[in-house]
Design a protein around this ligand. Structure first.
Ligand code: NAI
Length: 462
């Protein structure tokens, strides 16, 4: 008899959620994790610490920008960097300990160490071999830096190093205007760092609705971030005081460079499967280092499954969590399913940016007949009251059936507002369904309803 029903490699959002659900469904489960704490990249060096830093620096920004406008007078606070770091670390440890508690509560065994798969049904951790009916690879991803660039996590950093800098730098070059670059760029810009973002494409946040991306860039520029777009970074060279980033503009091959105290390389992530022994096992791989799986998350080797950043699809914690729950159901003999058409994306800047479903550009490319309902937060009393009336809600619906196809929001609370649309899409709702739903006044969510009204006879407050 096997030691466990299921052994999961990796305790990030994919792995730990799969473990808890599998245990809830009656399985004997173990999770192999080599980090000192559970929670993977997201809890330890990703989503959670960055959100703490975003919150703290947003508060700082508010005191400087808006407090006097509201009659709140007095000296603005200064930054105690060590304390801010300690606050961030406390947030992280509270969450990682929470997972440890949940493992105990659900009787999930934590096998401490780095695991490999010597054969189907076997997981090696240190010198010990553990057996299991099923193995789930949930080993996540690592930063994908540029060729020839050496990351030291002090001067040339990935998101991991950017969270633990000795001090906020005076100047920073961010390579890549994706989610990490803009979230961490915002953190440091609010702390007074002169941030320059160098991006290969001609727009920030690739794949995002173009109108949102344009508004987003305008707002971030007002917050002090500088952008160099259409620039292919050629090299990063360490100097006495920092590093120099050299790039070539795509439109005219013009070369330029900028020296900064710190360079953040935020050019994407790649699956992390090093040391698992997948090649020796003959596990079939997909494009860009992903583990290839079928519709039930199984690899070409019976009994070996994979989920999360290690497989195809958006590298998002919540996508991994959904796959974790789905694979646990499948392993228990139930039906597990992920609706990939309804996975929201959120950028936790101020204002927040959120999206779900298709973009207008995608609908155009598909030749689909659609309608657009747009509503500016300028018409939303609550947003105006907190000085965040710059963004908008853009709802896309099928021209004939009125079914909601996508939504793109830039504005206050966008990361929470988007879920109203996720639920609506999950239920196959029409824009009119949303427009007929009473929304409390005054809330930001009224802007979502107004966008739905704009898909029909028109918004009220625009
Ligand atoms: P990303 O894929 O979002 O953006 C990378 C950017 O770097 C792209 O705009 C790309 O065009 C640019 N780039 C690539 N090579 C370049 C070069 N040589 N010169 C200039 N620019 C170059 O990747 P990012 O921001 O590193 O994030 C990695 C992953 O982590 C993403 O999948 C992201 O979704 C996820 N993540 C999600 C968060 C969230 O949901 N809030 C937060 C942080 C990360």
């Amino acid at each position: 008899m096997a030691d466990f029903d299921t052994i999961i490699l990796g305790a990030g959002p994919g792995g730990y959620v799969a473990a808890i659900r599998a245990a809830q469904l009656g399985q004997k489960v173990a999770v192999v994790e080599g980090r000192e704490t559970l929670g993977g990249t997201c809890l330890n060096v990703g989503c959670i610490p960055s959100k703490a830093m975003l919150h703290a620096t947003h508060m700082l920004h508010e005191t400087h920008e808006n407090f006097e406008k509201m009659g709140l007078m007095g000296a603005a606070p200064t930054v105690d960097w060590a304390k801010m770091q300690a606050y961030k670390d406390d947030v992280v440890s509270g969450n990682t300990k929470g997972i440890e508690f949940l493992f105990k509560k659900n009787k999930v065994t934590w096998l401490k160490g780095w695991g490999s798969i010597p054969a189907a049904g076997q997981v090696k951790v240190g010198d010990d071999i553990h057996t299991a009916k099923n193995i789930v690879i949930a080993t996540g991803s690592e930063a994908s830096t540029l060729p020839g660039i050496t990351v030291d996590e002090k001067v040339v950093v990935t998101s991991t190093g950017a969270l633990t800098l000795a001090n906020p730098p005076k100047t920073m070059v961010v390579i890549g205007a994706g989610v990490i670059g803009l979230e961490m760029g915002s953190v440091y810009a609010r702390l007074g760092t002169q941030v320059t973002v160098v991006e290969y494409l001609d727009a920030i946040t690739p794949g995002m609705d173009a109108e949102v991306a344009k508004t987003f860039q305008r707002i971030l520029s007002k917050q002090g971030l500088k952008f160099v777009l259409g620039a292919a970074v050629q090299s990063v060279t360490k100097t006495k005081t920092g590093a120099t980033v050299a790039w070539k503009l795509k439109k005219n091959d013009k070369e330029d460079s900028l020296e900064a105290d710190v360079v953040l390389v935020a050019t994407g992530r790649k699956p992390f499967t090093t040391g698992l022994g997948l090649e020796a096992l003959g596990v079939e791989m997909g494009p860009r280092g992903t583990v290839k799986t079928d519709a039930h998350f199984m690899t070409n080797i019976k009994g070996i499954y994979a989920i999360g950043d290690a497989i195809a699809g958006p590298m998002l914690a919540h996508k991994a969590e959904d796959e974790g729950m789905a694979v646990a159901e499948i392993l228990a003999g139930n039906h597990g399913h992920v609706n990939y058409g309804v996975i929201p994306g959120v950028i936790y800047t101020a204002p927040e940016v959120a999206n779900v479903g298709q973009t207008e550009e995608q609908l155009k490319a598909e030749g689909r007949a659609y309608k657009v309902g747009k509503f500016p937060f300028m018409g939303n009393a609550r947003a105006k009251a907190i000085f965040q009336a710059e963004g908008f809600v853009k709802l896309l619906a099928d021209k004939d059936t009125d079914r909601i196809l996508g939504c793109h929001i830039i504005g206050p609370g966008a990361g929470d507002l988007i879920h109203e649309i996720c639920v609506a899409m999950e239920f196959g709702a029409s824009a009119q369904d949303l427009a007929l739903t009473c929304h409390a006044h005054p809330t930001y969510s009224e802007a979502v309803r107004e966008a739905a009204l704009a898909c029909g006879d028109g918004a009220i407050h625009a």
